[in-house]
Design a protein around this ligand. Structure first.
Ligand code: FAD
Length: 330
């Protein structure tokens, strides 16, 4: 059995996706903690540019699996190509970021390899030689420790934000790139991808924002969003939201922050009336300074807040806007 932690690198529209860097950070950490070597695999066609980009990362090898049937993503194609590769190389771990694409094909890959898949994990722990992968159950009410039974390879995916993309170590020199041939008979790929569909066009890229004012259900009504917008204007901030606000159509979907929205890391994150459910936290816990205003002193948002204000946002925000305006001389 090899001593490898193999990271799956995802790409879309000719670019390595952001969660891939998080998966690489996870793979590097796992490799370091367990004395393994980290490597990465990328699938597709004409991959030399993307493989070179990945090779800048501190890993031992980049495996580029190029094949015509992999030109466009299909669950059949990816699962079969990775099954062939993983069966031959026998890595200890195959590490993924828990993206929509991974959700689509990784269970099929695990079934084809006859192995378990610890999906959507938050972290891992190594205790007395045993590895436990931490994952939420019952909609985030509890954390469960998962241990793999049986022989590797072990498949594990991590939730967005569990590892930071900026913690990926760069290599002193470029990693070796190895072209891997897999024979994929066209019959193995039974689906033909149609045009890519996107529910919400990402009109705003909150990942670039330096200050975010985020609103949650504590804002009470659609009309009151205006108050948060005034605060955002005063601060020169972007407006963001928890999921119920976007589900209710009070703000567009591209303003949603969290595990099924955007992952942000601004200098200042102001949370107004947000309870701080774990699905929200994973999208904002990388923020440098978090200020939370919430009526409930037990709200979980205070666990990740740098400054917590226990109180009614409708009493706190209007004078705050005035003070900010005064401080800015306006
Ligand atoms: C698979 C899955 C994915 C999910 N993805 C996301 C995601 O991407 N992003 C996300 O945000 N959620 C997500 N959720 C939902 C998440 O679990 C929570 O339900 C959600 O984040 C709660 O939103 P909230 O904090 O706005 O509302 P609530 O939990 O209802 O909290 C409202 C808060 O406002 C406070 N409050 C009320 N009135 C006031 C007042 N006047 N002044 C100050 N504070 C006040 C209350 O004390 C409370 O803490 C997901 C859930 C699942 C199951």
């Amino acid at each position: 059995m090899s001593d490898e932690a193999l990271v799956f690198a995802e790409h879309q529209a000719g670019k390595i996706t952001r969660p891939t860097w998080e998966a690489l950070a996870a793979g590097q950490r796992l490799a370091q903690d367990l004395g393994l070597r980290a490597s990465a695999v990328i699938l597709g066609e004409s991959l030399s540019g993307l493989a070179s980009e990945l090779a800048a990362v501190d890993v031992s090898e980049i495996l580029a699996v190029e094949s015509g049937p992999l030109r466009e993503y299909t669950a059949d194609g990816y699962a079969e190509a990775l099954r062939t590769l993983v069966s031959e190389r026998k890595p200890r771990f195959v590490v993924f970021s828990h993206t929509y694409q991974v959700r689509d094909f990784a269970p099929k890959l695990a079934a084809a390899l006859d192995r378990g898949f610890a999906s959507d994990c938050l972290s891992y722990r190594k205790e007395s030689g045993r590895m436990a992968f931490v994952r939420q159950v019952f909609q985030g009410k509890f954390n469960a420790d998962l241990e793999f039974a049986g022989d590797p390879p072990y498949l594990v995916s991590f939730q967005a934000g569990s590892f930071r993309e900026d913690s990926v170590r760069r290599g002193a020199k470029a990693a070796k790139i190895t072209q891997v041939q897999v024979s994929l008979t066209p019959g193995k790929v039974r689906t033909k991808p149609g045009e890519r569909f996107r529910e919400a066009r990402q009109a705003v890229d909150l990942t670039q924002a330096e200050i975010i004012v985020a609103v949650g259900r504590g804002i009470k009504s659609r009309e009151n969003i205006e108050l948060a917008k005034k605060l955002a204007d005063a601060l020169g901030a972007e407006i963001g939201a928890s999921r119920p606000i976007c589900d209710g159509g009070w703000l567009p979907m591209d303003r949603q922050i969290g595990s099924s929205g955007q992952t942000v890391a601004p200098k200042l994150y102001l949370a107004l009336g947000i309870s701080g459910a774990i699905q929200h936290q994973v999208g904002m816990k990388g923020s440098r300074t978090v200020v939370a205003i919430n009526k409930d002193k037990e709200a979980p948002i205070f666990d990740v807040a740098t400054y917590g204000v226990v109180g009614d946002l409708f009493e706190i925000v209007p004078p705050l806007i005035e003070e900010i305006k005064k401080a800015k001389g306006g």
